[in-house]
Design a protein around this ligand. Structure first.
Ligand SMILES: NC(=O)C1=CN([C@@H]2O[C@H](COP(=O)(O)OP(=O)(O)OC[C@H]3O[C@@H](n4cnc5c(N)ncnc54)[C@H](O)[C@@H]3O)[C@@H](O)[C@H]2O)C=CC1
Ligand SMILES: O=C(O)[C@H]1O[C@H](OP(=O)(O)OP(=O)(O)OC[C@H]2O[C@@H](n3ccc(=O)[nH]c3=O)[C@H](O)[C@@H]2O)[C@H](O)[C@@H](O)[C@@H]1O
Length: 445
């Protein structure tokens, strides 16, 4: 099939290249001339494992092209896929200006029947709005469909090529048939729905995953007070197939370009129909506070923070990505420098993106994990990159001025820390001092 994909962010690029890999003829479109020029030259604007190679092979095979010429790409396609951004407005609502503008441009470009698919995450009712905008600008017939995207950054290609399910929301028989045929090579698990339910499935899925994370983070916070270990608790819960073991990793809370914005947007969607989504409001509130656990633990060990030097390992919101959108590291580092701390930060991949957005005289960006740790009063691990997990603890002990390790991602085990001199605070697990568990407080009944 011939596809035009509008927007070359994560979703546009990854789904475009994966459809090309399946043998379709794909043109990816973006407004940004620089971005398209780079893609045409074989450069990939984002760090995503495997993406560069897959783009190169499909471009060389002539199945994948890049352009800024939206009208020509739309005319050459049978199916037009909208993958533009839907960032948050200050109110928390989704900003639909990119969607609306792209819908207008698509409408103006139509020269015959097309299927117009929205992959961007959009509030219920948006696809109908897209249909109305396209209609205003064309005399040609078209159908609309909502096909939400569920890929995760860092494993985007594997997720796209092996999806748990594909959701196709449309009221058109032709669109249902052609979009099922397009996705069937990926999975047989295709769920056909109406448009509004498909739009809701995406928000409900992200909100539920965010809820699991905030739930386990609250359990972790209680574990710290009662002397239990949240990793064992999550393991014990996860064996129950009704609960499942995924998304039960306690830590510094969720970040990224989607959970924070989509939870806020769903609260607004509910509010517009006079429904207060109390549970999701709490999920967001718990998440906002969770990152400050790192600061509280630093204060508990170092006392007054002003004048101290703190190393930070990890700036991306999760490993295997250079995306720093809504990364908890921003607020943690900002709070530290506001308290008079000098920060020595390092991330193997996301450092350039991060430092462009947080430039402060008390933040030094370092060339290596080792350089960041050298001479610091404490080290905070904020992103679970493999290189941090594999860093020899004996070496780290000698680099730090004080062997204080605040592990925001529960990366090290008690066995690994046994025999070291670390004061070790993690999330929802007993604190260790010189490798030995600190006494849990007596419980009152
Ligand atoms: N990033 C992710 O992992 C996932 C994102 N989503 C959703 O997918 C959508 C896209 O997200 P990202 O890929 O992160 O977006 P992004 O914001 O990184 O990129 C969007 C791209 O669209 C381009 N664009 C905007 N208007 C355009 C127009 N009229 N014509 C051509 N290009 C245009 C922009 O220049 C930009 O390059 C969002 O709704 C997001 O919520 C869904 C699942 C995963
Ligand atoms: O709509 C989206 O954009 C995407 O949002 C998430 O994907 P992503 O944000 O790339 O990454 P996740 O792996 O879900 O992690 C999100 C955040 O939650 C945190 N997390 C995740 C899992 C966990 O157990 N604990 C936890 O704290 C991560 O550290 C990270 O900050 C969803 O997992 C995707 O299905 C969805 O398509």
């Amino acid at each position: 099939m011939k596809l035009a994909v509008i927007g070359t962010g994560y979703v546009g690029l990854v789904s475009g290249v994966c459809f090309a890999e399946l043998g379709n003829d794909v043109i990816c479109v973006d407004k940004l001339e620089d971005k398209i020029a780079k893609l045409q030259a074989g450069e990939v604007p984002i760090y995503e494992p495997g993406l560069k190679e897959l783009i190169a092979s499909n471009a060389a095979a002539g199945r994948l092209r890049f352009t800024t010429d939206l009208p020509s790409a739309v005319r050459a396609a049978d199916i037009v896929i909208l993958a533009v951004g839907t960032p948050s407005l200050p109110s928390g609502e989704a900003n639909l200006s990119f969607i609306k503008q792209a819908a207008k441009e698509i409408g103006e470009s139509l020269d015959g029947y097309k299927i117009i698919v929205t992959k961007s995450t959009v509030p219920v009712g948006t696809n109908e709005k897209v249909g109305a905008i396209v209609s205003e600008h064309t005399i040609h017939s078209f159908d609309i469909a909502s096909v939400p995207e569920f890929l995760r950054e860092g494993s985007a290609i594997a997720d796209t090529l092996n999806p748990d399910r594909i959701v196709i929301g449309t009221d058109s028989g032709i669109a249902r048939e052609r979009l099922s045929a397009l996705h069937r090579p990926l999975t047989d698990n295709i769920l056909l729905t109406d448009i509004r339910s498909a739009e809701m499935i995406k928000y409900a899925s992200n909100a539920f995953l965010a809820t699991k994370i905030s739930f386990i983070n609250e359990i972790a916070n209680i574990c710290e007070k009662v002397g239990a270990d949240v990793t064992r608790v999550a393991e014990g819960m996860g064996h129950d197939r009704r609960i499942g073991s995924s998304f039960l990793k306690a830590g510094i809370g969720y970040g990224g370009s989607c959970f924070p914005k989509d939870t806020e947007a769903l609260i607004q969607i509910a509010g517009h129909v006079d429904y207060e989504f109390k549970l999701l409001k709490s999920v967001v509130e718990v998440n906002r506070d969770q990152r400050f656990g790192v600061i509280r633990k630093l204060e508990a060990t170092l006392g007054e923070l002003a004048g101290k030097t703190v190393a930070v390992w990890g700036l991306a919101f999760k490993p295997e990505t250079d995306d720093v959108r809504d990364a908890p590291a921003f607020e943690i580092i900002q709070t530290l420098v506001d308290s008079g701390v000098r920060v020595r930060a390092y991330d193997p991949v996301a450092q350039d993106n991060f430092s462009r957005q947080l430039d402060h005289p008390r933040v030094d960006y370092c060339a290596s994990a080792e350089e960041a740790a050298a001479g610091a009063d404490a080290l905070c691990l904020l992103t679970e990159w493999k290189e941090f997990r594999e860093f020899p603890l004996a070496r780290l002990e000698t680099l730090l001025r004080r062997p204080v390790l605040i592990d925001g991602r529960n990366q090290f085990t008690e066995e690994e820390l046994a025999g070291t001199s670390f004061v070790y605070y993690s999330v929802g697990r007993p604190n260790l001092s010189k490798g030995v568990r600190e006494q849990s407080p007596a419980l009152q009944f």
